[in-house]
Design a protein around this ligand. Sequence first.
Ligand code: RTP
Ligand code: MG
Length: 142
Amino acid sequence: MAIERTFSIVKPDAVAKNVIGKIYSRFEDAGLKIVASKMLHLSQEKAEGFYAEHKERPFFADLVAFMTSGPVMVQVLEGENAVLANRELMGATNPKEAAEGTIRRDFADSIDANAVHGSDALASAEREIAYFFSDDEICPRS
Ligand code: RTP
Ligand code: MG
């Protein structure tokens, strides 16, 4: 099994609900290690750049408005098959479709306020990690 890194965001809705620790426990209980972490309030420009792949989609403006509405936690998770493992912990994008026991099923309210982001592939993980963290902010633990 490959040790990978993936990028994760605890979105403004979950920070406002004060469930950062509960979400971090899901990562840790699944064997993923937090190797970098910080709280930020995203600027419009930073959020638009992060979601650039969605800029032609009808929900783009709402997505950026939501992601800049309050602070977020950004983190790098490290572990076996971390990209897929984190996506499984998160559950489906729409919490109404998310499986029982997933983060979105338990903490998300809607497809917009859906508690967490997680990279969808190894290449996007590398790009997203570099968008938020310099090398000296990441502490390898494997
Ligand atoms: P994320 O990027 O946040 O981890 O979520 P995802 O991969 O499950 O979903 P993605 O397709 O990348 O969409 C990014 C975020 O945009 C919002 N969205 N709204 N109204 C809609 O139809 C719609 N579709 C997507 C969601 O908040 C999603 O997390
Ligand atoms: Mg996505």
